[in-house]
Design a protein around this ligand. Sequence first.
Ligand code: XMP
Length: 319
Amino acid sequence: TWRLGDFAEETINRIREQVGSDRVICGLSGGVDSSVVAALLARAIGPQLSCILVDNGLLRKDEERAVVEEFSTHFKTDLHVVKGEDRFLAQLAGIVDPQEKRRRIGHEFINCFKEEADKIEDAKYLAQGTLYPDVIESGASADGPADTIKLHHNVGGLPEELGFDLIEPLRDLFKDEVRQLGLQLGLPEEIVWRHPFPGPGLAVRCLGEVTRDKLEMLREADAIVVGEIKAAGLYRSTSQAFAVLLPVQSVGVMGDSRTYDNAVCVRCVNTDDFMTADWSHLPHDLLSRISTRIINEVKGVNRVVYDISSKPPATIEWE
Ligand code: XMP
């Protein structure tokens, strides 16, 4: 049996008072923040909650499954999954510029979300997983360069034009507090400890044009990176670990024949605040297993490289 801490209990009471008998929509992204918001709301006002998960086709392997399972079986919320893969891929066809990719994904996300939200009658509130660092960052970057380095797009960034009143129960919390809260609320470790993932998803890790085939390669390679790091017991001591599909082919040999295939970069960083980061000094035998498995198991990849750049001057993501 779980016991709620004071914060959870007070927040649940506050949500009940604020919402009354109205309906709340909550966007689920697959990440920890939106899952914790949904879990809080499920406890507070269960039957008045509707969740929307936009599957943009750019999620990590098994990411949607875990969240759908949690919120349809455990919390039993009214869950709307928007199958948007085709629409997002159509928007991304032929687009190479990273900012344009982000812009199109953000735009399509809002379209998908809005269409689904319109089907939910009597919704008055929108719940978002805005954290304290987001509050500070958006204030600080209003006229600074921070938000022009990369256009950010989040579930937590739906525009006011949707016409809902906002509920942001995590506004005073840091990430580690959100994780503790998630555990108290009974969310599984798989969701609670998941590394952060950018809103534009695998699109910014699939360099150059995004296609279904490239996403498939990237998704498999990424699952190997994460799986091996977990198996080595290092997932929680690294901040982010993932694969990037490079827009490069190189020559290799396979048996008696020559290959000319894709290269995957493994990116793994340690950071406290994601503003600066050091590349993770992973054990060589782990890197070796990751490389061997990707090359053996992911068709179309014949080379794996490890990113040893720190932030700054490199960023964590490649786009
Ligand atoms: P960079 O690449 O700028 O990333 O060093 C810093 C952190 O932000 C994440 N990131 C995003 N998160 N929407 C998000 O929600 C985005 O558009 C986005 N872009 C980058 C990145 O994964 C890292 O944790």
